[in-house]
Design a protein around this ligand. Sequence first.
Ligand code: ZN
Length: 186
Amino acid sequence: VKIDLAGNKLMDSPFSINPAGYTIHSAVHEVRHDVACVVHIHTAAGIAVSAQKQGLLPLSQQSLFVLASLAYHGYEGVALNHDEKARLQADLGDKNFMILPNHGLLTASNSIADTFLMMFTLQRACEIQVMAQSGGAELIHIPQQILNGAKAMVAGVMKSAQGMGGSLAWPALLRKLDQQMPGYDA
Ligand SMILES: [Zn+2]
């Protein structure tokens, strides 16, 4: 369903939009003019990590990409109160990844492909954290000196891959979809 920033439908559609989803997505689009796509999901692994006080831990290479640009926005109940937008905008700042405690995950960037890949990476980092913790062994945290350099390292990788790598992964995912679900885009 195509809508404008005020939530008005711009196309004929038998479907309505999710009001809480509108609050969250429109909050980001209102202030982040560099952002072309916002993805927000409620997966079990994502919510499980969001419910942990320490949030995402530096346990995997995937987590490094996330930790280089990660924000948190505390839970205020189902997002039907438009006053929440300003607080969500302030918490997100200029970051690409956000964990919403007790609620879910959010990514935002300048392309659909990169935003998808960011979410895939965040989701995978959360799955790894929950799996590593469930093994019960003492965990190895990525050393602080590597974490300190994570921002520069990620910036370097993103420069050489022209972004998160979505321009490589996205066409391949579409080819896979064409094979597995021909006609999905009809
Ligand atoms: Zn949600």
